[in-house]
Ligand binder design. Structure first.
Ligand code: KIV
Length: 245
């Protein structure tokens, strides 16, 4: 899985057999230049999703429900409707906690595939006190494990773990029956996602510990994307240096 926000990159990713394209609300930072995902609107997500959907032929297309567009089941359904109907998404992702279980159920019961995002949930950055690894310590780990199980029971089709200790994401992946995608969550999840700009090494400032510049040593963006795909499939990425204790 890779994040993707426009038609040109979608074509390349689709041709390189990236299986899931995620129109992430990371667009707020990497496309719009904000310092968080909080300013991203539903209109913007619909716009980016439609740009991707127009040319995406093979990949499964997932789009983020942005900040405060799913505070209750009714609003979540209306927001998801726009991402699927106007944007052309196949599934939605939401940043979850146990409190979101009823929202996941409402979407799932209406036939909308849902990915629940746990761990570092950037829409809660101010509550979390920064972009920090989540689930460290026994209590936090047990709580995340229980929440993951609860969201699966509520109807989530996919779980995404961001910045979670390697051992905990392994336990969660083993415990759940739905696929688990990781970013900064070690090598043991069922799939991996990166933000495209991190993969291309064009993120301003210090690159996140969990990413790798796949453009290094190759001569095109297509080659960088296929190198990422191959490294994930062969278990070479992420390595121990990309994970958190
Ligand atoms: O918005 C985003 O890009 C994400 C990443 C963590 C994959 O959710």
């Amino acid at each position: 899985m890779l994040t993707d926000y426009d038609a040109s990159f979608s074509r390349v990713m689709d041709l390189q057999n990236i299986e899931v394209l995620l129109v992430g609300d990371s667009a707020g930072m990497v496309i719009q230049g904000h310092d968080s995902t909080l300013p991203v609107t539903l209109d913007a997500m619909v716009y980016h999703t439609s740009c991707v959907a127009r040319v995406c032929r093979r990949a499964f297309l997932m789009a983020d429900l942005p900040f405060m567009t799913y505070p209750d089941p009714h609003t979540a359904l209306a927001s998801a409707k726009r991402l699927l109907q106007e944007g052309g998404a196949h599934a939605v992702k939401l940043e979850a906690s146990a409190a979101q279980a009823e929202i996941v159920t409402a979407l799932s019961e209406r036939g909308i595939p849902v990915c629940a995002h746990l761990g570092l949930t950037p829409q809660s950055v101010h509550k979390l006190g920064g972009y920090k690894v989540q689930g460290r310590g026994q209590e936090a780990a047990t709580q995340m494990l229980e929440t993951a199980q609860r969201l699966q029971n509520a109807g989530a089709d996919l779980l995404l773990l961001e910045c979670v200790p390697v051992a905990l994401s392994k336990r969660i992946t083993q415990q759940l029956t739905i696929p688990v995608v990781g970013i900064g969550a070690g090598p043991d999840t069922d799939a991996q996602v990166l933000v495209m700009q991190d993969l291309l090494g064009i993120t301003p400032g210090r690159a996140p510990k969990f990413s790798r510049n796949f453009l290094e040593g190759v001569s095109s963006i297509a080659q960088a994307i296929s190198a990422f795909r191959d490294a994930v499939k062969s278990g070479k990425f992420p390595g121990p240096e990309h994970g958190f204790e």
